[in-house]
Design a protein around this ligand. Sequence first.
Ligand SMILES: Nc1ncnc2c1ncn2[C@@H]1O[C@H](COP(=O)(O)OP(=O)(O)OP(=O)(O)O)[C@@H](O)[C@H]1O
Ligand SMILES: [Mg+2]
Length: 164
Amino acid sequence: MCSARVEFLLPADPAATERCGQWLGEHLRPGDVVALVGELGAGKTTLVRGLARGLRVNDAEAICSPTYLLVVEHPGPVPLLHADAYLPDKLRGFLDDGGLEYLLDRRSVSVVEWGNLVQNYLPASTLWVEIGLAADGGRAVALRAGAATDFSWIAGGPKMSFRD
Ligand SMILES: Nc1ncnc2c1ncn2[C@@H]1O[C@H](COP(=O)(O)OP(=O)(O)OP(=O)(O)O)[C@@H](O)[C@H]1O
Ligand SMILES: [Mg+2]
């Protein structure tokens, strides 16, 4: 099965990253798992804030890095489970102790910052979102789905504008 990959650039404005996240959140469905990859300060949490808005969770503006809490639950029509693997041993310990079942709740959308550090725990159907710094201060985003049939809507990403 071939995978789908989509790449695009975001301008040097955090609001563009939020809008990209919002577009993702508007398309995601209960049971979807999203893994975010990117260095410190890449914009992962900024993207999740927009994603939470797209999902219409009750407290999207309260989104922050869940590094020490490991997984933060945001209630809403489709709840968001926001996890952080920056401290991979801590998150792995939690996942091994039953947390994986909690994280992969079929009624929620689950997003894992630093998902590459817990890759073995995540389903093959995970949507991978890689954020890198672009030369102009913006961000280069690559979306990758395990199978072309998963998240087929990502192909529409580059056609929409994340500018004002
Ligand atoms: N497209 C963008 N252009 C310029 N700055 C951006 C863009 N997107 C996000 N930022 C800024 O980058 C900084 C880091 O963002 P954020 O905290 O979301 O990164 P992170 O990847 O979650 O970092 P960490 O790994 O430390 O948790 C913030 O100041 C944010 O406003
Ligand atoms: Mg973060």
